[in-house]
Design a protein around this ligand. Structure first.
Ligand SMILES: Nc1nc2c(ncn2[C@@H]2O[C@H](COP(=O)(O)OP(=O)(O)OP(=O)(O)O)[C@@H](O)[C@H]2O)c(=O)[nH]1
Ligand SMILES: [Mg+2]
Length: 253
């Protein structure tokens, strides 16, 4: 007799046995989009915990997160994206970390599954979401080669995060550092193309000139980081694991 597992049964087993997922959103003044992002994450069956870290936001981000009932950590002063992510990691209870930017829109369960499932099925250790922006913007993003360097939507095992020395868990260094140290430590990295996922750009969030200035800062930081990581190689993971600097925050659970 040939026995075949029913797809529904396989799916049920997968859900019961899978590793647990903590979703972490580092958000700085994202009141326009955060409710939608949190709504999708809190209703997704693959996600077991949602943590919002407000990076010194001065708008309604914290109030919106609290009203959605997610764990909210409100840093009292802006510390930069990497630091906010690290605070979320320290607070997260689960083995799989799912980072999502707070300024995204049109996030769907299909996007989430396409990023989470390969890590949950142990096909890779980090899965980076690369947004397909359409032919014209893809061209300006060097045919999507810039996406993986900066992408804020990605899934990883906790041990991948732990490969990054503390001094690279800073501002906008963190994503490029994750890519580098994940590969350097021999973990398996994958990129998944995501369609129809939008996000707000700095120029629309902050105004044209402050936005351009912030973009210049981010680009400069990431560009110089590549020299540090790949050319001068100043990192020494074994001596770089200093404790995280302290910052004040309020916790709402
Ligand atoms: N700009 C900025 N973003 C932060 C900070 N801390 C956390 N973030 C969050 O990091 C995510 C990405 O920020 P963005 O400034 O939009 O950066 P980006 O999406 O890589 O770049 P563009 O949208 O192209 O400008 C958002 O969820 C922000 O809320 C911070 O100090 N500055
Ligand atoms: Mg953005």
């Amino acid at each position: 007799m040939v026995c075949r597992l029913q797809p529904a049964l396989v799916e049920k087993r997968f859900k019961e046995k899978r590793l647990r997922v903590s979703a972490i959103i580092a958000a700085y003044n994202e009141e326009k989009t955060i409710a939608e992002v949190l709504g999708v994450l809190t209703h997704n069956p693959l996600i077991d915990e949602v943590i919002l870290v407000s990076d010194g936001s001065t708008d309604a981000t914290v109030d919106i997160a609290r009203s959605r009932g997610v764990t909210t950590i409100a840093l009292r002063e802006n510390q930069g994206k990497g630091y906010a992510m690290r605070v979320g990691v320290d607070y997260a209870q689960h083995e799989i970390l799912f980072f999502v930017d707070g300024d995204m829109f049109n996030l769907t369960d299909e996007h989430i599954a396409s990023l989470l499932v390969p890590v949950l099925r142990d096909e890779c250790d980090m899965n980076i979401g690369v947004r397909n922006r359409g032919p014209i913007r893809n061209f300006f993003h060097l045919e999507m080669k810039v996406g993986p360097v900066l992408s804020g939507i990605r899934v990883m095992r906790r041990e991948v995060w732990d490969t990054v020395p503390v001094r690279y868990q800073e501002r906008f260094k963190i994503e490029a550092a994750l890519n580098f140290f994940c590969s350097h430590a021999g973990y398996r990295q994958r990129q998944t193309v995501i369609y129809d996922l939008g996000h707000l750009i700095k120029e629309s969030k902050r105004g044209l000139f402050p936005g351009l200035s912030a973009r210049w800062e981010m680009s400069r930081e990431v560009f110089l980081l590549h020299f540090d990581l790949y050319v001068f190689a100043t990192w020494r993971p074994e001596v770089d694991q200093e404790p995280l600097r302290a910052a004040e925050y309020d916790l709402f659970e």
